[in-house]
Write a protein that binds this ligand. Sequence first.
Ligand SMILES: *[C@@H]1O[C@H](CO)[C@@H](O)[C@H](O)[C@H]1NC(C)=O
Ligand SMILES: *[C@@H]1O[C@H](CO)[C@@H](O)[C@H](O)[C@H]1NC(C)=O
Ligand SMILES: *[C@@H]1O[C@H](CO)[C@@H](O)[C@H](O)[C@H]1NC(C)=O
Ligand SMILES: *[C@@H]1O[C@H](CO)[C@@H](O)[C@H](O)[C@H]1NC(C)=O
Ligand SMILES: *[C@@H]1O[C@H](CO)[C@@H](O)[C@H](O)[C@H]1NC(C)=O
Ligand SMILES: *[C@@H]1O[C@H](CO)[C@@H](O)[C@H](O)[C@H]1NC(C)=O
Ligand SMILES: *[C@@H]1O[C@H](CO)[C@@H](O)[C@H](O)[C@H]1NC(C)=O
Ligand SMILES: *[C@@H]1O[C@H](CO)[C@@H](O)[C@H](O)[C@H]1NC(C)=O
Ligand SMILES: *[C@@H]1O[C@H](CO)[C@@H](O)[C@H](O)[C@H]1NC(C)=O
Ligand SMILES: *[C@@H]1O[C@H](CO)[C@@H](O)[C@H](O)[C@H]1NC(C)=O
Length: 872
Amino acid sequence: MKRLLPLLACTARAFGATIEDCPGYTASNVVDADGTLTADLTLFGDACNVYSTDLPDLKLLVEYQTETRLHVKIFDAGLDVFQVQDHILPRPPSQNVSSSGAALQFSLEESPFSFSVTRSSSGEVLFNTTGSQLVFESQYVYLKTQLPQNPNIYGLGEHSDSFRLPTENYQRVLWNSESPFIPRLSNLYGSHPNYLDHRGGAGSHGVFLLNSNGMNININQTDTGEQFLEYNAIGGILDFYFLAGPSPSDVSRQYAEVVGLPAMMSYWTFGFHQCKYGYWDVNMVAEVVGNYSAANIPLETMWSDIDYMDLRQVFTTDPERFPLDKMRELADTLHQRGQHYIMMLDPGIHRLDNYSTFTRGDEKGVFLKADDGSNYRGVQWAGEVVWPDWIAPQTQEWWTDEISRFFDPESGIDIDGAWNDMNEASNFCPDVNCDPAQLAIDSNNPPQPTNPPRNNTGRPIPGFPDDFQPDPTGLAGRLQPRQEASGQMKGLPDRDLFSPEYRINNHRGDLSDSTLYTNITNVDGTHQYDTHNMYGLTMITATRNALLARRPGRRPFVLTRSTFAGAGTRAAHWFGDNNSSWDDYRTSIAQLLAFAAVHQMPMVGSDVCGFNGDAEEHMCARWALLGAFMPFYRNHADMSAPFQEFYLWELVAQAARKAIDARYRLLDYVYTAMYRSSTTGAPIANPLFFIYPADASTFGIDTQFFYGDALLVSPVIEDDAESVTYYLPDDIFYDFWTLEPMRGTGANVTADNVTWTDIPVHIRGGTVLPLRVESANTTAELHQKNFQLIVAPGLDGKAVGSLYLDDGDSLDVGDEKSDISFAWDGTTFKTTGTFGYSTDVAVESVVVLGGEQPVTQEGPWSLNEPFEFTLS
Ligand SMILES: *[C@@H]1O[C@H](CO)[C@@H](O)[C@H](O)[C@H]1NC(C)=O
Ligand SMILES: *[C@@H]1O[C@H](CO)[C@@H](O)[C@H](O)[C@H]1NC(C)=O
Ligand SMILES: *[C@@H]1O[C@H](CO)[C@@H](O)[C@H](O)[C@H]1NC(C)=O
Ligand SMILES: *[C@@H]1O[C@H](CO)[C@@H](O)[C@H](O)[C@H]1NC(C)=O
Ligand SMILES: *[C@@H]1O[C@H](CO)[C@@H](O)[C@H](O)[C@H]1NC(C)=O
Ligand SMILES: *[C@@H]1O[C@H](CO)[C@@H](O)[C@H](O)[C@H]1NC(C)=O
Ligand SMILES: *[C@@H]1O[C@H](CO)[C@@H](O)[C@H](O)[C@H]1NC(C)=O
Ligand SMILES: *[C@@H]1O[C@H](CO)[C@@H](O)[C@H](O)[C@H]1NC(C)=O
Ligand SMILES: *[C@@H]1O[C@H](CO)[C@@H](O)[C@H](O)[C@H]1NC(C)=O
Ligand SMILES: *[C@@H]1O[C@H](CO)[C@@H](O)[C@H](O)[C@H]1NC(C)=O
């Protein structure tokens, strides 16, 4: 872990010092006012300066913020060390509760300083730093906590490892990076320094370290077998939020109280999305839409990757392949068909004197600067590029203006959402020896099209104007692949912002490799060294604000690759450039669970059928089914990958039709879960242990999940298999497809004969499921369909559920919403709640399961008022 260094580089450091030699701190002036505790921490011996310079004077602040949230902050007395800007991640106010009424208790040892957090009700120790010393240096911060044996730890994303994290010799690296093929055991596109620790019957709690610096988090055992977790950060402060739970979903909700509730998504965003990098021209984009219709597979939203851009420049269109007038016509035609359109916006801005997006930005001074005051340069798709400094106020102005111009419904392309990619930020310059201008030429960026534009062929696309005529050669077309401030928490002066002595294990290499140089100073005096992990978060904030300005009052939709804690308040996320493999098909479930249940990002999903490589027919059929039960459902592939639209194989088309039919009938069920998530933080998808927290057999499961909290999805998991062994908790379930009851016994069950168009899904007993009576080609049509309610009684014969209704798109619906609760007590079915959304849509029937046969009570009942009935 520690590197051997030349003597010259470590003058103040005892030769060969390791963190074990560090003196730790001693606490003094401990003031314990009820609900708040403060203390001074001073170095408890000679500085070890093991990786940089020990800070002699620290402060401790402990706040009992709510009954279930304890805030513990250790920071430098001089307030120089970088702290995450409040405007980027607003902190929750403290409710100043009394420690005696709080669910968590803080205690400290003075010399050497250590602290622990215990659960008040049971005395269970949740966090305990005793036995190892705090190290707080200018470029290295270390804290270690003991953990119980075999802990169940989840989170610390973004990663592609198991949902329950390994407990031995395991390292999580947090450093946002472009990560093609989503490598295992690596840092990926986002950083979420929070975990959930589940202790079965003893409860769950959460730990969030609000720190954006690069770090290695190690989960390991000592030589004598003691379990621990340790933070090794290259900067920032120790700003902890401890969340008491005690149920796992309580922890999720409490985390949302800290980082913010997720943004409510529009109804249409739950439709099926199609994208590909490598659609040849606008006609081909239209043809894909036409082909989906012809295949009778409902397509809600069409996407354009960077193909549409003129020489890969954002806010331009390729004049020959994607001419502006045709792009406008495409968007309008999609809208007339009740469909939607989303386009990509990358942060790298082509540095070219005749490119107005660049010149307007340059005049406003929105770009990150090199040390000589010139724009900092690198390489991205367009060639030599500069990057916006999203923290500068004029950057928002410029970005809003660019978005409003280019996507002006009257003169530009009337998009419905925006997609932010490459925002880690990705830089094609691999390292500091890069000459951007030369590399842009050498690497052929932007790639030059090799094929001439196609001519019209007289082959019209049904549902599109006559001037959309795709080339007869169909899928053949391809492009060629490819200031220092003090006392203001802006970062200590005199640091090595390029190569700190403590190395995090960034899979891309050094800190600045393939991204923005970490020694860049942002406009507010902070440095990329400290803010790197929030580059994507600040970009999506600007994009969301711009979309809000463009269409005030409507919910913005932003899809982002890079994320940080709190990103769910602003955007949806897909799991990046995965692979068309069974392994990544499986991994998407662990990723869904981590984002939806632990990191408060509900609107997530993977590139269905995989981004890189060849999607095989059977795998794509399985993925079409699995993806339909994830909140964000999009098929997307790379330019170098073969086409994988669902209609290209009859088997996959069948699987997709069935999957989308079920997804759409269930759309209001998951929309209700989204509403819950955005108002209470309740997870939109649940790990099995969130529902069965005392059942130890569920703790490690990441090949099954609850979609919402009522539908257990147990997809086929093995490569190319037609059977699946899955876990069924000790409870009553009902097959979603046949409504047959199935008594779980807390054991594995094997389903043989799971055809290529099947996915096992079960309704959990005790729930009421609202379903549209039939699916539709668009979500707008779906929104007009009547409902059928499925009552799935639990072992006690009862069931509850709910349905949220609104116009599907307004940011603030005011009172025009209905939040209807359903309750079945064994004989009587009753609805209660609020009925502010006026609708002609009715409940046609209620089907009660659990008897010898399902019993159907015919309506209709209005959804504008409560109703009830009793079955004899
Ligand atoms: C909690 O205490 C802080 C510091 O005294 C004060 O600023 C804040 O307003 C208090 N919050 C509430 C909710 O009382
Ligand atoms: C923390 O760990 C130390 C050393 O193992 C132990 O002595 C102490 O009791 C623990 N703290 C609490 C609150 O249990
Ligand atoms: C875990 O501990 C072992 C034994 O001390 C050590 O060799 C290994 O490097 C540690 N792994 C991590 C990720 O810290
Ligand atoms: C802008 O300048 C570039 C490089 O000099 C040139 O290739 C391009 O044609 C120019 N574009 C316009 C629209 O003038
Ligand atoms: C960052 O460090 C590199 C490599 O030493 C140097 O070339 C560059 O000028 C520095 N940039 C800034 C903004 O300080
Ligand atoms: C399109 O038409 C032009 C003019 O008729 C012709 O020169 C060109 O070769 C045609 N392109 C293709 C791809 O057929
Ligand atoms: C659309 O379908 C037609 C007819 O099957 C086929 O020839 C064409 O290649 C398809 N185009 C795309 C882009 O999928
Ligand atoms: C179910 O099967 C899995 C995979 O074979 C196994 O790891 C797990 O222990 C089994 N669970 C039970 C309760 O038998
Ligand atoms: C699988 O399904 C086929 C056709 O429905 C049936 O003939 C066969 O018996 C089933 N096999 C098993 C193992 O259930
Ligand atoms: C979609 O539209 C087609 C053609 O109009 C129609 O045949 C089909 O039934 C529709 N599908 C649904 C689910 O409404």
